[in-house]
Design a protein around this ligand. Structure first.
Ligand code: HAM
Length: 418
């Protein structure tokens, strides 16, 4: 077939699709418990938005954006969103929140697009569940979000490690950058071509070099260059995490691939995912709202990689099946119209049912019921209709009894909990 899907884009069925939904549902539930409200933002934005926020020298902007010229008069350059943070910040400023109600706690959920080299856990369309909190410069907010992530991973039963670092702010970062450039020049011959390019443009990324991780161990680390304010802020974050019994690892060489971060940065890794093990990542971005034209308001957030978290969940949990509780089989026109009512009543009682075609043979219908894993078949013909009953067949036990619809509901509920 010529009309196949594009490389790096996925169709998801069955357990894979269910695991994605489960991650999103649990994330929504936990966001509610943390008083975080939903925001929906566009998938398409001006390319300029990402140049200004994600950063011109980042891999995302340099190599990975799906960007094209729109057909409007101004030939606007637009891009499919590679991440959610810039769009949320833009929406926040555009709604005037930075001036009227700076304190906002927002979450978003949906697809992002990056033209990366596809592999397990890395796709060109992937899903993020992200949280952004504005107007909270205090360390307690950093800790609260990290506690939330810890709770989320536990809730999903996924074994994980959390790494945290502080990469300083506008005041102390220049010293760290300088130390890295100096170190890079001293080790020039050992660095890869990518790192040669990064050295002046984005020296923090020298620590991300995948070619020689050992070498990076001799590089300067961010904690050594922190100013007093950043050090105190990070100290409080660590204290609060310990007070909440959150287990984390200090990684002074953790830097993020996006430009807007200040102070606290973090990543959460799950086991069993191979090279693409980072399932949650984020940090503080105190200067970003102002850089993008708003008032100076603090920001902090993170994004869950839903696809990767779903892979981890599938490995960790036996997902509940998608099988319905019952099928309904009707014989004859009058019985079929009663069957429609019964289906409605069963669904209202939270019993999942699939109505089968009244035009097929009983044998075919029972084969369908067993294929989709239904435990029961509710069967109704003219005879049952006149007597106000149904035949309830337990497909697992191969037993059948005549019952009222109310009785059938009771039996099916009991079977589910037993
Ligand atoms: P990020 O580290 O670029 O940060 O992405 C966050 C997470 O999205 C990653 O840890 C990973 O789980 C997932 N992810 C990224 N790229 C892919 C891909 N190609 N395929 C599958 N999963 C992927 C951000 O995007 C920031 N906006 C996070 C943030 C929010 N920081 C502050 N607020």
């Amino acid at each position: 077939m010529e009309l196949t899907r594009l490389r790096g884009f996925r169709d998801l069925f069955g357990a894979d699709a269910r695991a994605m939904s489960l991650v999103e549902e649990r994330a929504r539930a936990i966001a509610k418990r943390y008083s975080i409200r939903e925001i929906r933002i566009p998938v398409l934005e001006r390319t300029q938005l990402y140049l200004r926020s994600t950063g011109e020298t980042t891999d995302i902007v340099e190599k990975q954006m799906y960007t094209f010229t729109d057909r409007d008069e101004g030939e606007t350059l637009v891009a499919l969103r590679p991440e959610g943070t810039p769009g949320v910040v833009r929406a926040y400023i555009e709604a005037g929140f930075d001036r009227t109600e700076p304190e906002q706690r927002l979450f978003y959920s949906g697809p992002m697009f990056r033209r990366e080299r596809p592999q397990k856990g890395r796709y060109r369309q992937f899903y993020q569940f992200g949280v952004e909190v504005f107007g909270r410069p205090d360390a307690a907010c950093d800790a609260e979000l990290l506690i939330m992530i810890d709770e989320f991973c536990r809730d999903l039963n996924v074994p994980f490690t959390m790494e945290v670092n502080s990469i300083g702010d506008q005041k102390c970062r220049p010293a760290f950058r300088e130390a890295l450039v100096k170190w890079g020049r001293a080790h020039w011959d050992q660095l890869c071509d990518d790192c040669h390019n990064r050295i002046d443009r984005n020296p923090l990324r020298l620590l991300d070099c995948k070619i020689d991780a050992k070498l990076a161990e001799s590089a300067p680390n961010s904690l050594d260059s922190l100013c007093d304010e950043c050090r105190a802020h990070f100290g409080t974050v660590k204290e609060l995490l310990s007070a909440a019994n959150v287990v984390y690892k200090l990684n002074p060489r953790l830097v993020r691939g996006l430009d807007y971060y200040t102070r606290t940065a973090f990543e959460v890794m799950a086991g069993g995912l191979g090279a693409q093990s980072t399932v949650v990542a984020g940090g503080r971005y105190d200067g970003l709202v102002e850089t993008m034209g708003g008032s100076p308001v603090a920001g902090i957030g993170f994004a869950i990689g839903v696809d990767r978290m779903a892979l981890a969940v599938e490995a960790a949990l036996a997902l509940p099946g998608a099988a319905p509780d019952a099928v309904i089989i009707s014989i004859g026109a009058a019985a079929t119209s009663r069957a429609v009512e019964i289906a409605r009543d069963l669904r209202a009682a939270n019993i999942s049912v699939e109505m089968l075609s009244p035009e097929r043979k009983m044998k075919t219908l029972l084969a369908r019921a067993s294929k989709i894993g239904a435990r029961f078949a509710v069967i109704i013909g003219d005879d049952e209709l006149t007597r106000g009953v149904v035949q309830l067949r337990d497909l697992k036990e191969s037993a059948q009894q005549e019952v009222t619809v109310d009785n059938a509901v009771e039996i099916m509920k009991r079977a589910r909990s037993g």
